[in-house]
Each structure stands twice: as C-alpha cells, then as structure tokens.
Ligand binder design. Structure first.
Ligand code: 5AD
Ligand code: SF4
Length: 451
C-alpha cells in the first residue's frame, strides 16, 4: 500500500479514552480536528504513527492506569518512530513531569489544548522532543464534532459547561479542568437542532455541574422562562423537538425547583436526575466542603419526588473520607434509604495531591473502606430491588442501542429513566425507540417484552 508518512502527510492516529463523558466528548472533538487536518484515525494501536491516551485522574487508580498503559503500548510498538502522547486530566495535572515518569511519552496535551493537537503532533513528528501544551482554549473556539466521530449514531453528548468552581475538598477536577466556562446558548441550541436533523434520538447535556450553567451572553435563552439560566436552557433545548434529552451531572446547591418544573412541562426532558450527595453526615459534608447539609439535599430530593412524572434519582457516594466514623457511615446508609435511589455509584476515598483533603490523614484502612463500600452497596441493593419491583407490569420507553452481550436474540437499550433494559427483538429495531413491558428484574437492569 502506498502511504505518505511525512510530517505533513497522512499520519495515522490511535486515540484511546479513559474516564468520564467529558473525556469522551473531548475525544470526539479531538478526532474531528485531527481528521480535518488530514490525519487518519485507526483502531489498531500497533499500526499507528501516533498513539494518544486521553486520561482520567479522578482517583489514584485511574491515574496509575495511564502509566501501565504507556508501558503496554511501548512494549507492543512495531514502529520505532511511533509517537506516544498523553492528553486529558493527567496531562493537565502532571504537565512535563509525565516525561520523567514515562520517558516513552513525547507529547503532553492539557484539557484545553485539544484544538491545537494537529499542530502539536506536527511539531513532535518534525523532531522536537517533549512537546507540551497546558494552555487555555482560544477565544472563539467552538465545540465542533463531526457525526462520524460520535460515540453512537443515536445518542450524542453535548457539553454545555466545562470545568468546576466548587472545590470540594477531595476533588481534583477544579485543578484538572479549570474554572467553569459555559458554552453560548445559541451554539448549544444550534448543535441540538443539527443533531435532530441528522437523526439523533437522544442527547445528553453534559458538564461537571450542568445546573451551574451561566453563559456570558444569554442569546438564545431570552424567550424562555425559568429562574436559572440552566432551566431556561433546558426549555430552549426541549423546544428543538429532540426526542429525548438527558443531562448530567447536577450539583445539589444549584438544583432549584425551576429545573423540576421544566421537566414537568416538557415530556422530552427525560425523567432522570443524577444528583451526587457523597455523604449523609453533616460533619463529613462540611469537611468535604460540599456547601450543603443532608437536610438541604433532602429538600431538593423532595422536590424531585413531587414532580408530576416519577423522576428516577441516582447519586454518588464516597466511603472512607478522612475521619469518617462508623456512626457517620450509618448516616449515609440512612440517607440512601430515605432517598430511595434508582442506582448509586460508590467510591472509596482516594487522596489526590493538591486537594485540601490530601492534607488530612487518610486514616481509614483499605479493609475498612472495602467493608464500608460493601455496607453501602448492600443498602442500595435492598432499596434498588424494591424500586425495580415497582416497574414490573409497567411499560418503559427504550432507545435500542445494540444487541445484548448476554444473548444474541436480545436487544439492549436505556429507558427514559436511564435504566438498562433488555428484551427479545430483531436487529432492525436498533436505533429506534420502542415501548417495553417489564416482566422481570435483575440486579442492575430490567427485562421485558416488546409492547
Ligand atoms: N476519591 C474518591 N472518589 C472521588 N470522586 C471524586 N473525587 C474522588 C476522590 N478523591 C467521586 C465523587 C464524584 C465522582 C465522579 O467521583 O463521588 O461525584
Ligand atoms: Fe469535583 Fe465537587 Fe466540582 Fe463535582 S462539584 S467536579 S465533586 S469539585
């Protein structure tokens, strides 16, 4: 095969992503820019001229994975000239220290330098050693993603806010992703309209704290009511007629009742809210600098539970925060029972350098963290079973994503309430929305039959 492998020619890029939806969205944006600049994106890591690892640093284990993955890539290399680049959160936090940790790496690209990737790769391929860019996004940069780079042909991630200003004491995100920056509303609405015309059936408005959305100019939101810019954005996005709209993650302190009202008034705003609480103890919440007490959180939950449609509620919990007592983890269990979560993500506390909590003694042993994890998991399992049981005999609307991994004659998709649903059906239904009657519950999914 004839292939130009020069600096300006069609170098091939393999891009691998770890972590959250924001990283997935950033990978889509990076791939769009690279392809536009003439790079070819390929799936075979060994064959690639450039390997980019798009990294996560939210917990220590995610970060360790980056360095072991660099080692694997280096080991499997067929081309000596292969350039390995680290982008995403670890790149932003570690900067040039990545080169010391992993000398095989030749390129470090921070979380806001995505659009400069083609130029940075060019510099590295022209012979410059250890190229790095931890700079900010440039004025006027838009979030351009071409449909071929999207992670799904039916579901699209639409970032509305980047970064975080909350500085919860355990969290690295404000350091890895910088201050909150909201995308202009008109740009978001235009993107959703375009996605709808392309046949996308579901979008996820994403951001570390979507409900802290605060654009510099309100353009595009003027005609929509609501106390907060986020609820006005929700209404504006709903008005595009996109079939299903989900949003994640919400921050409790900024979760005002106008968001619930917007959901109540627009059926295409899906019946699911992800509202991380982290702990049920006021002392721990204060030490975490969350800016809310358990009772404030429960008031938000009450508004969600009082909505016209039943809104599914999910959350995140951290167990083993420094100094957490057995009584305090008991309060967390109690809160889980009160909130009746549809699903829960549980994490063992992991100290992150530079965060305020890293100065506290990480005094809960690994075994004790594991025991608390199991305790919280068990409580959630009980709660979830009874919630899921209520679905038996009811119909849920499912966007069919693919064949089930368990059985080739089954399909898999998510309901509007964001539960995994499996049911018997033919491949022709993939990409469609269908109603499924729930006949059976599993630990983390529903099973049913086509209505
Ligand atoms: N240790 C453990 N879990 C963490 N999270 C964020 N930082 C840490 C940390 N240092 C969890 C929080 C957050 C989710 C995305 O990750 O629960 O909501
Ligand atoms: Fe981290 Fe808190 Fe910001 Fe969430 S709100 S990203 S937990 S600092």
């Amino acid at each position: 095969m004839w292939a130009m492998d020069g600096v300006m020619g069609k170098a091939s890029v393999y891009l691998e992503t770890f972590g959250c939806q924001m990283n997935v969205a950033d990978a889509e944006r990076a791939a769009t820019g690279l392809r536009a600049a003439g790079y070819e994106l390929i799936q075979q890591v060994e064959e690639a001229d450039v390997v980019l690892l798009n990294t996560c640093s939210v917990r220590a284990r995610a970060e360790a994975k980056v360095y072991s993955r660099v080692g694997e890539v280096k080991h499997g290399q067929r081309k000596n000239s292969q350039l390995i680049g680290v982008m995403g959160c670890v790149a932003q936090l570690e900067g040039e220290a990545v080169f010391d940790h992993a000398p095989a790496v030749g390129l470090v690209v921070g979380t806001r330098a995505t659009d400069r990737l083609p130029l940075l790769i060019e510099r590295a391929r022209a012979g410059e050693k250890q190229v790095s860019d931890l700079g900010e996004r440039e004025e006027g940069e838009e979030w351009n993603v071409s449909p071929v780079e999207r992670h799904s042909p039916y579901i699209a991630f639409v970032p509305i806010i980047e970064g975080c200003n909350k500085f919860c004491s355990y969290c690295i995100v404000p350091f890895s992703r910088g201050r909150e920056r909201s995308r202009p509303a008109a740009e978001i609405i235009a993107e959703v309209e375009k996605l709808k015309n392309l046949g996308y059936r579901e979008i996820h408005l994403i951001g570390q704290n979507v409900n802290s959305y605060r654009p510099r100019l309100e353009s595009g939101l003027e005609n929509f009511k609501g106390a907060t810019p986020f609820s006005r954005l929700l209404r504006a996005v709903a008005a595009t007629g996109m079939e299903r709209i989900k949003f994640t993650t919400s921050f409790p302190r900024d979760f005002h009742s106008d968001i619930v009202q917007a959901i109540d008034e627009n059926v295409n705003l899906c019946n699911w809210v992800h509202l991380p609480v982290q702990s049920g103890s006021d002392r721990v919440l204060r030490a975490m600098r969350r800016g809310h007490k358990a009772s404030d959180y429960l008031a938000r939950v009450a508004a969600i539970k009082n909505s016209r449609r039943r809104l599914a509620l999910t959350s995140d919990i951290i167990v083993g925060f420094p100094g957490e007592t057995t009584g305090e983890i008991g309060e967390t269990v109690q809160l889980i029972e009160q909130c009746e979560y549809d699903s829960l993500y549980i994490f063992k506390y992991s100290p992150r350098a530079r965060t305020p909590a890293a100065l506290l003694l990480d005094d809960i042993s690994e075994e004790e963290k594991a025991a608390r994890f199991a305790m919280v998991e068990e409580a959630q399992r009980r709660v979830q079973k009874s919630i899921y049981n209520n679905y038996i005999g009811t119909s849920v609307n499912v966007l069919v994503e693919r064949e089930s991994t368990r059985s080739a004659s089954d399909l898999m998709g998510h309901s509007t309430c964001h539960k995994i649903v499996n049911f018997r059906g033919g491949k022709d239904l993939i990409g469609k929305t269908v109603d499924v009657r729930v006949t059976e519950i599993k630990v983390n999914s529903l099973y049913g039959e086509l209505v």
